[in-house]
Design a binder for this molecule. Structure first.
Ligand SMILES: [Zn+2]
Length: 331
């Protein structure tokens, strides 16, 4: 593989090992320097390989902390198989607390399949798709809503392209036991052109789910707890954490996304509803106020779909093209 990224950690070794992916980056203040993407490998005996990633978007935090905790807590004797953990996978973005990398403006989850000779973000995407994914049977990419959106704890997955994959995806969803699951309709598969980590997983035959966990650039302790619990339940469900005793599942409400409702005016968005509220087609779901023209009537925002508010914007100021809420309907 022609990646210029090297891995300090021997991913084939038994036991727990940590280090960095070294991404060569020659700049003014560091001529021979490299960007350090932290990586932890825990391996014990036979079993599947599970890739766990967070910090794909750098301003999404529950996953970064849950994986940091898992990397410290999991011991080789606890597991069967191999867990590869990347808590800050787009390290420049994650260390800056930004959705995209400040080095190249790269949005990692729009950069797959990447480019081994491209920008740092493109090089990371290429390394994940061409070096890490082929080692893996399963992958979980942990996102939150980021600075601009709020989500309730939600698992995102495809429907599967074979009966076997469909069964495994449903299995992972049940194991993770988040309150909501957003099940994609269509797309994906081995021929996927998706630029996401899930697209990379599909192209390499890796069974993959992602999450949305909170948002607003914050870290919610309750959602962090559900994430930590869910990851251990997933490991247990794959027979990779035999000593764990899962508690009773809470159950997951399955939804299909209808789409996002967008702003057509620039101003201050006042939402009428909250996440979990049911709305009807044509219903007014908020107002955009014009504080710079206070004698102008606010612009009403209506939803073109009936369903549940799954996600909402975390920033009051909006401009044309901003997503305000996402509407989803029960499967
Ligand atoms: Zn994200």
């Amino acid at each position: 593989m022609d990646s210029l990224i090297t891995c300090e950690t021997d991913l084939s070794a038994t036991g727990k090992h940590h280090g960095f992916l070294r991404l060569p980056h020659s700049v003014h203040h560091s001529a021979y320097g490299w960007i350090p993407v932290p990586i932890v490998s825990i391996r014990n005996g036979d079993g599947p390989t599970l890739l766990l990633m967070a910090g794909n978007h750098g301003d999404e935090y529950e996953g970064q902390v849950a994986l940091t905790r898992l990397a410290r807590d999991l011991q080789p004797d606890d597991i069967r198989g191999r867990v590869i953990i990347l808590p800050m996978v787009n390290f420049p973005a994650a260390s800056a607390g930004m959705r995209v990398s400040p080095i190249d403006d790269g949005n990692l989850n729009r950069s797959f399949p990447g480019d081994p000779h491209g920008t740092p973000t493109q090089m990371i995407a290429h390394y994940i798709e061409e070096v890490l994914m082929p080692l893996c049977d399963y992958a979980v990419d942990l996102h939150s809503g980021g600075s601009s959106l709020w989500y309730p704890p939600t698992l995102l997955r495809g429907q599967g392209h074979t009966p076997d994959e469909a069964e495994k995806l449903a299995w992972l969803q049940t194991a993770f036991d988040l309150p909501y699951a957003w099940v994609f309709t269509g797309g994906g598969g081995p021929g996927s052109t998706a630029r996401t980590a899930m697209g990379a997983a599909n192209r390499k035959g890796v069974v993959s789910v992602m999450t949305e966990l909170g948002g607003g650039g914050a870290l919610d302790p309750g959602i962090l707890g559900l994430t930590t619990r869910g990851l251990r339940r997933v490991l247990h469900s794959l027979d990779m954490l035999p000593g764990y005793v899962p508690d009773t599942a809470n159950g997951t409400r399955e939804l299909n996304s209808k789409g996002s409702v967008y702003a057509y005016d620039a101003g201050l968005f006042e939402p009428f509803g909250d996440i979990g509220d049911m709305v009807q087609e044509g219903q007014e779901i908020g107002l955009i106020h014009f504080a710079d023209t206070p004698w102008r009537d606010p612009a009403p925002v209506t939803t073109p779909w009936s369903g549940m508010i799954l996600c909402k914007r975390a920033i009051a100021r909006v401009t044309r093209g901003d997503a305000l809420v996402q509407i989803a309907a029960d499967v």
